[in-house]
Design a protein around this ligand. Structure first.
Ligand code: 5GP
Ligand code: MG
Length: 179
């Protein structure tokens, strides 16, 4: 068995993503030039589903940063290498960071801090899941989908060693998978 329990069903995910899209729509319909920064790989499927429901145009950039690197524990180190063209683009723009999970908070915190030097007009965050853990770094989440307990999750774009992103629900990885 790959997964232990389903934590969020496909129907719940769909409704949750729709609600988030409506919230972002209300907040940003009138904003010019929203720039979405999608954190790869985990947030790609979530962001595709979310952004396709917005009623206004968004510019989307994908960034590969994570503190996990294939394992199930945060490495505590976040690597940030933003392409120069992207850095230039940020100045004066409203930026929406989209990630899959707020866990230790290191990823979101480090990125939000790093972006400041490029003088964005504003920075907001949108996250599908928040883990119910004491975060090492606290950061305000402007648009949050769901809270989940502290287990390793897969599905809706989230993987275990590159697998299970395609699951249409969010499930807890079976502890046996971790050996
Ligand atoms: P943080 O920097 O907040 O600790 O970590 C956030 C990143 O770690 C997320 O963007 C996500 O890619 C990864 N991550 C954290 N928890 C999980 C999990 O339970 N499952 C998967 N697949 N990735 C996770
Ligand atoms: Mg990630």
């Amino acid at each position: 068995m790959i997964y232990d329990r389903i934590l969020i069903t496909a129907e719940q995910l769909d409704a949750g993503i729709e609600t988030l899209a409506q919230q972002i729509d209300s907040a940003h319909r009138q904003t010019e030039g929203l720039l979405a920064l999608v954190l790869l790989e985990g947030a790609r499927i979530f962001a595709d589903r979310l952004l396709s429901r917005l009623s206004f145009p968004v510019e989307t950039e994908y960034l590969k940063i994570s503190s996990y690197r294939g394992g199930v524990k945060s490495t505590g180190q976040v690597e940030l290498n933003l392409p120069a063209a992207l850095c230039e683009k940020i100045q004066g723009r409203p930026v929406l960071i989209i990630d899959d999970i707020y866990d230790t908070g290191l990823t979101l915190y480090s990125l939000a801090e790093h972006l400041r030097q490029y003088k964005p007009g504003s920075v907001k965050t949108c996250v599908l899941l928040e883990k119910q853990v004491p975060h090492q770094k606290n950061i305000a989440i402007d648009f949050l989908g769901f809270s989940v307990e502290d287990v390793f999750v897969i599905g809706c774009g989230m993987d275990y060693q590159g697998q299970y992103r395609e699951l249409p629900f969010v499930a807890a990885l079976h502890p046996k998978q971790l050996g």
